[in-house]
Design a protein around this ligand. Structure first.
Ligand code: IPE
Ligand code: IPE
Ligand code: MG
Length: 235
């Protein structure tokens, strides 16, 4: 089997990475953001066309206020600083998740980055912020219900395609490989609809230490898998 077209990553273990080094959790997030920049380049060089990472979940708001504030600041800086790099790498960036729950200035920075990179044809890079799979499905259901109420859609016309088209990932292929770092083996509300048939790969490496070699290992394992969709073997 060939290189996965779409890789999704639950980047986990920033806090534990920092703790193991006697550093504050925030140092783990700073290093994790650097890892992310590098992985985007490495993934594309390896032949991966779509990369979707989990940066902040709908549940992460319950973390201490200071950590939430620090993560939002990191994301703010990321949006502002990555326009240049994204252009240089021909990367198309899109944020998934409920943007209405984000601060207005962060939303503006996200829109600027998305608009500036929308026609780029290199890596399609999705960052999940204020994202939860259940919340995404709930928002899609509300949109469909609105259409039914407005009389432009019949309930019996709602099929998988119509649901997928209302998700934040509309237009994107489903992930082929889902990676989670740091030893946790949970989905944590990530891409619940889209990852239905993704191959799962777990590694104990903390996210800040995840690099090209670790990504290559995951891809190698994926390539050896006997990938079946509902019992139809891939050619
Ligand atoms: C992942 O690292 C980053 C985010 C969830 C924002 P964590 O912050 O979850 O790190 P651990 O799991 O506590 O080590
Ligand atoms: C999942 O990691 C969310 C992100 C990576 C953004 P968490 O560390 O928040 O998940 P749990 O709490 O261990 O399930
Ligand atoms: Mg964690």
């Amino acid at each position: 089997m060939s290189v996965p077209n779409h890789v999704a990553i639950i980047l986990d273990g920033n806090g534990r990475w920092a703790k193991a080094k006697g550093l504050p959790r925030t140092a783990g997030h700073v290093q994790g953001a650097k890892t992310l920049e590098q992985i985007c380049e490495d993934a594309y060089h390896m032949g991966i066309n779509y990369l979707t990472v989990y940066a902040f979940s709908t549940e992460n708001w319950t973390r201490p206020d200071s950590e939430v504030a620090m993560l939002m600041e990191l994301l703010r800086n990321y949006m502002k600083n990555s326009i240049k790099r994204a252009q240089k790498n021909n990367m198309c960036v899109r944020v998934i998740g409920d943007k209405s729950g984000l601060a207005e200035d962060l939303r503006t920075s996200i829109e600027k980055l998305e608009q500036a990179t929308q026609y780029n044809t290199g890596l399609h890079f999705q960052i999940a912020i204020n994202y939860g799979g259940r919340d995404e499905i709930r928002r899609a259901v509300v949109k469909l219900a609105d259409k039914v109420a407005a009389g432009v859609l019949k309930p019996e016309e709602i099929d998988d395609k119509k649901i997928a088209a209302e998700l934040d990932t509309a237009g994107l292929p489903d992930p082929d490989l889902l990676i989670r770092t740091s030893g946790e083996q949970r989905i944590s509300n990530y891409l619940l609809w889209q990852a239905s048939y993704a191959e799962l790969y777990f590694t104990s490496v903390f996210w800040p230490d995840f690099d090209k070699n670790e990504l290559a290992k995951a891809v190698e394992v994926y390539e050896k898998r006997d990938r079946r969709y509902g019992l139809v073997e891939e050619e």
